[in-house]
Write a protein of this length. Structure first.
Length: 130
């Protein structure tokens, strides 16, 4: 299991650029956790680029309030089944707003089905009081 180590937690302005992480095979990739402390809407920008064959896979969003949550599996995490997961086929990008959530830990999970490419995500978290 590898991490999507290009998720950035930021507070106005949005996330910093990065190179993303390479995905291939039928592997699972989990991002570093970020916190949503304010209960305000959070902007999530996800982008994927196909490099070989047809890149297909699925993104899901997960939450935890458990301190010291294990990051290598999903046992301490709860999937957000209302998350409007983007359809990954070829190259693309999507902007999703996560409304009114608060959690100690939030992360993206990507399961690659076919092809290879790269994925990157950025998150913008409002400062408390904004």
């Amino acid at each position: 299991m590898a991490a999507i180590n290009s998720i950035y937690q930021t507070a106005n302005p949005p996330g910093s650029p990065s190179d993303g992480v390479a995905v291939t095979g039928t592997n699972t990739y989990r991002s570093k956790a970020f916190e949503i402390p304010t209960g305000q809407p959070v902007g999530l920008h996800i982008q994927w680029t196909e490099t070989a064959a047809t890149l297909t896979g699925a993104f899901t969003l997960w939450y935890t309030n458990k301190l010291g949550a294990v990051t290598t599996d999903d046992n301490d995490w709860i999937q957000d089944t209302s998350f409007p997961a983007p359809a990954v086929s070829g190259s693309g990008k999507v902007y999703i707003t996560i409304a009114n959530a608060t959690a100690l830990g939030v992360r993206l999970k990507y399961v690659n089905a076919t092809g290879s490419g790269s994925i990157v995500a950025y998150v913008a978290i409002p400062r408390a009081g904004n």
